[in-house]
Design a protein around this ligand. Sequence first.
Ligand code: BG6
Length: 459
Amino acid sequence: MTIVNKEFPKDFLWGSSISAYQAEGAVLEDGKLLSVADLSTRKEGCCDNSISSDFYHHYKEDIQMLKEMGAKAFRFSLSWPRILPDGEHVNPAGIQFYHKVLDELEQSGIEPIATLYHYDLPLALHMRYGGWKSRKTILAFQIFTKRCFQEFGTRIKKFLTINEPDILFMYGGHGLDLDGTEEFKRNKLIMNHHFALAHAQAVQLCHEMIPNAMIGPVFGYVPVYPKTSNPRDVMAAKDLCDVQNTFFQELFLNGRYMERIVMQYEKDGIALPDIREGDMELLKNSKSDFVALNYYKSDTAAYCTPDTPPADFCRPGYYQVCINESLQRTAWGWDIDPIGIRYMLRDVYDRYHLPLIIAENGMAAYEEVKENRIDDTYRIEYLSRHLIQCRQAIQEGVELIGYCNWSFLDLLSTGHGFEKRYGLVYIDQNNESSGSLKRIAKQSYYWYQNLIRCNGGNL
Ligand code: BG6
């Protein structure tokens, strides 16, 4: 067998990402109602999410900047509470908004990649059914996805179902539910099962309604390395990796519960998923066309003695997360690990043999404008080191069809509002919500423009 020295494929989807609740603003405009995510970001000391990056009013300007950057793809999310504000009745203005976004993308020759659920469960459904704890929310999601496929199916050919069910499960709370953490922890397997069913129904519906479209899940994969070569640490890393990655991939992609892990949760007092007749068949028979992966960092784990007090990311007798001395970290303590992205791509490709797309990858920083410039050389370094590893994964045989950095615009981070910036485009906005919303291309925007122009050839 000959190893082909492949570069990025000619039709590689160079793209950039945002999500609705983090970028659109206009939380209560033109018929939109609140989502649970809108409430969880409405925190003291955080930017007013009814403004955020104001993509809702700036979409033309923003897509023009995407076009000038040379983007081939744009990953955004369709806001459920904008399209079906009360979870039942269609809001024509919401549908219209996304048609206008799609018009701009079409005119710019940019392929839309649309996420169906990026944490924004309509608050009305949370109040009515208790959110994802109830099977009624699965049905409500089916009504929403059907409407999206009917409306946008001729225009969008790549759909992503649910953003990071794994991260929601591990880190908890928002996007899943508004209840306190204890209540959330007790019910998380139930909610995750409902997520998986909602995903599976969306896959089947998409295949029936738009046979020429592709649909798949989005995982937030965090590779786990052992702290040392001591077999106890190696096993600890495997345990954590199975719990935070493989468990979800097996469920969403193979329709299989890893029983060992379910038993662990049962021992911890977590309610078992309510698996009804037909559920596992549905999960098994809904075959994704591709897999989207979000990658930011890796974790490192060591064995943890049984007498250690339990804590987040520490399971006594199994693993605890620890510092990786060989890696540097972002200002928020996330390990910077470019090789981890290749590790992830190879691992997922080897196990599922599906085309892959990076739906998020990026580095946050505190940033200021100096003389009308943002010199984010650290971001250029971060992105290029990760892309070099993506290229190597392609050379090693992984079918990687695209890469979208997170994020195109500065937007609300999940926990730190506007002080944690990821964008290629700076937005004059802050946690006091007093910014002018002016857009300024950062140096990373120009770097990416150049890279796209030569199809990654200058890496
Ligand atoms: C991903 C999410 O987990 O990470 C995004 O899909 C999020 O919505 C991103 O913004 C970065 O996380 P954070 O917490 O820094 O905003």
